[in-house]
Design a protein around this ligand. Structure first.
Ligand code: HEM
Length: 413
């Protein structure tokens, strides 16, 4: 059975039947899927530079201002410059720490929202998405609640479009396909909406200006505008990086928190163990969860690792394409391969207790953030969001699955 919703699981099953290197043709495009760490080493270490490019896609062309954000810009000097701005200026440790108050306020808002629905079943998915979005947006720009609301719906639509190949992408030689399918029209409409919101916000930031107060909170846009001012970036480049950050930074954190909570609720003994740890560490803090004590949350860290093994938010990473001919093309590693993991399908955070496997891309059987040149530049911020939200949820609430009556009585039909 084809499980389109979980392509990584489908590839795992196909790899079991056809081997770790498979050729897949979708429309006019050729993909090679690598499902073993051995083949991945070839692609990600030996031919790393060759695979540091991204394919041209309609959504990235339009929404990422002609593919000039970090995620979709071609590998080369411009990308290297953006990557440096990102890792040094935007997403380094000091900057991530400076967003602490935002993370705390948003997690607290989520807790208040849950508390106000005490005793009833709740749908955490949307709430977690909104909260992750607000953390990233508030770290990036000064936007009021109305602007944030417009951005959420626009970016949710963008994520849907940007997270897969459109029919028009699969048949690049049919130049009219984006028009015939209506894809270009739809993407351009979203792009106009994104543009309008970002232009307004950029204008406000410019008008507020730099008052020389070094202690003032600096968001991503304030920093990017300095690079615009010195001529390193154009206004469109600035907007492309913002779009990138909104899209790459929201769904990933929200999905990780949601999966971690789902696994814990499905595994009550692990939920209790995690809760006991969080409550012991923050026993005397009242309702305050102090990030400075996160090094004591050893079990919670294992839970996050295990969640990212079983449910990486970008299981196929972001597509790459090889710029030159070489022996191995395209790759995908599966964190559920029984060759590398005992009881690969089970949620067992303890498996990481004795293991040195970390997120940094050194262990190719486990790369939830990717590896090498295109590795996620925002591991720190992503993990900080996930850790704080989980600690707050576990500290303040008890969770259990709602009881669903699967055997309705004849009268309720
Ligand atoms: C749990 C959270 C996160 C996970 C699991 C995650 C995972 C990933 C993965 C798998 C990639 C693709 C790597 C590749 O193609 O080899 C990626 C790229 C990227 N991520 Fe993340 N991410 C997370 C959070 C974030 C956040 C919070 C931001 C920004 C605020 C962010 C920004 C980016 C960017 C800009 C790229 C593109 C890098 C490039 O192409 O050079 N991510 N991420």
């Amino acid at each position: 059975m084809l499980r389109a919703a979980y392509p990584h699981r489908l590839f795992r099953d196909l790899a079991a039947a056809h081997g770790p290197l498979m050729h897949l043709q979708l429309g006019e495009l050729h993909f090679l899927i690598v499902s073993s760490a051995e083949f991945a080493k070839e692609a990600m270490r030996t031919h790393d530079t060759n695979f540091a490019n991204r394919p041209l896609m309609l959504a990235s062309e339009e929404l990422a201002y002609n593919s000039t954000g970090i995620t979709f810009s071609p590998y080369g000097d411009y990308w290297r410059q953006l990557r440096k701005i990102c890792t040094v200026e935007l997403l380094g440790g000091r900057r991530v720490r400076s967003f602490r108050r935002i993370r705390e306020e948003e997690s607290m808002n989520t807790c208040r929202w849950i508390a106000s629905r005490r005793g009833s079943a709740i749908d955490l998915s949307e709430r977690l998405y909104l909260s992750s979005f607000d953390v990233v947006v508030r770290a990036a720009v000064k936007a009021n609640a109305k602007e944030r609301k417009i951005m959420v719906s626009t970016f949710m639509e963008s994520v849907k479009l940007a997270s897969g190949f459109l029919m028009a992408d699969l048949y690049p030689s049919v130049k009219l396909l984006p028009l015939i399918t209506g894809a270009r029209f739809k993407i351009r409409r979203i792009r106009r909406e994104v543009d309008e919101v970002l232009d307004g916000i950029i204008e406000q930031h410019r008008a507020a200006g730099d008052d020389g107060d070094d202690a003032k909170f600096e968001g991503f846009l304030d920093i990017l505008l300095k690079f615009e001012k010195d001529g390193t970036l154009t206004t469109d480049n600035v907007k492309a990086v913002l779009v990138d950050i909104f899209i790459a930074g929201t769904d990933t954190s929200a999905a990780t928190i949601e999966w971690a909570m789902s696994e814990l609720i499905r595994n009550p003994s692990k939920l209790i163990k995690a809760q006991q740890e969080v409550r012991k560490v923050f026993d005397n803090e009242g309702s305050y969860i102090d990030e400075d004590k996160f090094h004591d949350l050893k079990y919670l860290k294992l839970i996050i690792k295990e969640t990212l093994r079983l449910h990486p938010p970008a299981p196929l990473l972001i597509p790459k394409f090889n710029s030159q001919r070489c022996e191995i093309n395209g790759y995908e590693i599966l964190g559920r391969d029984p060759e590398y993991w005992n009881d690969a399908e089970m949620f067992i955070p303890e498996r990481f207790e004795e293991s040195s496997n970390d997120f940094n891309g050194s262990y190719l059987e486990y790369i939830p953030f990717g590896a090498r040149r295109r590795i996620c530049p925002s591991m720190l911020l992503g993990l900080a969001n996930v850790e704080l939200s989980l600690a707050m949820l576990l500290h303040h609430f008890d969770f259990e699955m709602p009881i669903i009556n699967s055997n309705p009585s004849p009268s309720s039909k």
